[in-house]
Design a protein around this ligand. Structure first.
Ligand code: JHZ
Length: 413
């Protein structure tokens, strides 16, 4: 058997952190006419590199099989996320003087959810997005978008035609990149000499601390600490000059990068403070990862216990949301429509489809009123507050609301 190697530093990958069984691709929602066809399942085994501490999965499906014209994730369907993006745009404009003479490039620009806030202020933007269907939406909003994967090759091509950036944003994309070295090398190429890069990613510290194991799926090749990302970008002539902790996606980091020779941007104390915090949380101690596996198994036992009891009592249980993370949870726990009748999602593209592996139907949230469920399990727990507002009407018939992560718990409005 071929030896597994760390995708960042090539060290042999020998420590498996968690075994989440076999799972289909999390965004491979199923059309009704394909329900009887075979589905591909792949091992969902998580490894930690003992050298650079990058947590990672092996690559079973290449990115072009995942991010294509059928990609089901549209960033603009959450008000929370749109607000986060608008606040970011305003902050960058003020903090770094981004203006009509600047160029903002977003890597994995999705449906234009972020660049629209720069474009509205007449700031030139360019999106790079490999999924044609979501890129089309961005273009229909007037956001120029290149439909391709980003890496060294694309970077060379676009910098040749004068497309270097004053600001590069890369939100929730790093995890989706199998060749991290190629991606970061590309960033170095398109960044102007005084330019700034911000990268947001869910923080490994929170994934471990709050048991967010459902965010592990094949589309996410890696799970990042500041320690691992810092090493990576430094190898490519970039420096992390600041870092912020954000509440998004269960707790993310936003790191600020510039060229390593850009002396106009001194490194703030936030960087070392965060590295210390990671150390104290045991991110470079293998024992932390063993405990994580135990927590995952206990979450499964508790959730199943709750559902078995609910079904014995004849309760109608539905899901809210059809996020990719829900598919890891449901497949790992073996929860199908025997436990959860159906789920609902506001993204029209997902309505009428079925969840991969578990074949739970996805409906429009409009059906909740008629179906009058007893319990609703909110699968995108990261949007709990926004969703609770939307379903508060179900309290009229005594419906109760739950989130599955960090462990099953009832939530209240
Ligand atoms: P959401 C995504 O993961 C995709 P997912 C991606 N792989 C990534 O990296 C992470 O985010 C960070 C629905 N919804 O965003 C919309 C409602 O129905 O938590 C979505 O289907 N009503 C790129 O897919 C889902 O829930 C609502 O009011 O796990 C949310 O999915 C809201 C707010 C959402 O991420």
């Amino acid at each position: 058997m071929k030896k597994k190697l760390c995708r960042l530093c090539n060290h042999p990958l020998e420590v498996m952190v968690a075994d989440l069984g076999m799972s289909p691709l999390s965004n491979a929602y199923i059309r009704p006419e394909n329900l009887q066809s075979k589905e591909n399942f792949y091992p969902l085994h998580v490894y930690i590199c003992e050298n650079c501490y990058l947590m990672q999965l092996e690559e079973f499906e290449s990115p072009d099989q995942i991010f294509n014209e059928q990609y089901a994730y549209f960033s603009s369907y959450s008000n929370t996320w749109l607000k986060h993006s608008e606040d970011y745009a305003n902050m960058m404009i003020n903090k770094f003087g981004i203006n009509k003479n600047s160029k903002v490039i977003e890597l994995a620009s999705n449906d234009g959810y972020l660049l629209q806030f720069f474009a509205k202020k007449d700031i030139p933007v360019l999106g790079i997005e490999p999924s044609a269907n979501v890129a089309d939406i961005a273009m229909s909003k007037g956001i120029p978008t290149l439909v391709e994967f980003f890496g060294k090759e694309t970077a060379k091509r676009i910098s040749k035609i004068g497309n270097k950036a004053d600001l590069i944003a890369a939100n929730n994309v790093l995890a989706h990149v199998p060749d991290l070295n190629d991606f970061v090398a590309g960033i170095k190429i398109i960044l102007k000499s005084q330019g700034v890069v911000t990268i947001e990613f869910p923080h490994l510290l929170n994934l471990m601390k709050y048991n967010q194991f459902d965010t592990i799926y094949h589309e996410h090749f890696s799970y990042f600490s500041l320690y691992a990302v810092k090493k990576n970008v430094e190898n490519h002539g970039l420096k992390v000059f600041d870092v912020e902790e954000l509440p998004t996606h269960g707790g993310s980091l936003r790191i600020y990068l510039c060229h390593d020779n850009d002396s106009s941007k001194p490194v703030t104390s936030n960087v070392n403070n965060l590295l210390d915090k990671e150390d104290q949380a045991g991110l470079r101690d293998l024992k932390t990862y063993i405990q994580f596996h135990e927590n995952i198994k206990e979450t499964k036992r508790r959730l199943l216990e709750f559902l078995i009891q609910a079904k014995r009592e004849g309760k109608k249980v539905i899901g809210y949301g059809a996020p990719a993370k829900g598919n890891t949870l449901l497949n790992y726990c073996g929860i199908r429509s025997d436990f959860i009748d159906f789920t609902v999602d506001t993204i029209p593209y997902k309505q009428g489809l079925y969840l991969p592996g578990t074949h739970i139907p996805i409906k429009s949230p409009d059906v909740i009123q008629n179906e009058k469920p007893d319990y609703i399990i909110i699968l995108p727990w990261n949007f709990k507050d926004e969703i609770l507002q939307k379903i508060s009407f179900a309290k009229d018939w005594g419906c109760r609301f739950f989130i599955p992560i960090p462990g099953l718990q009832e939530v209240f409005i």
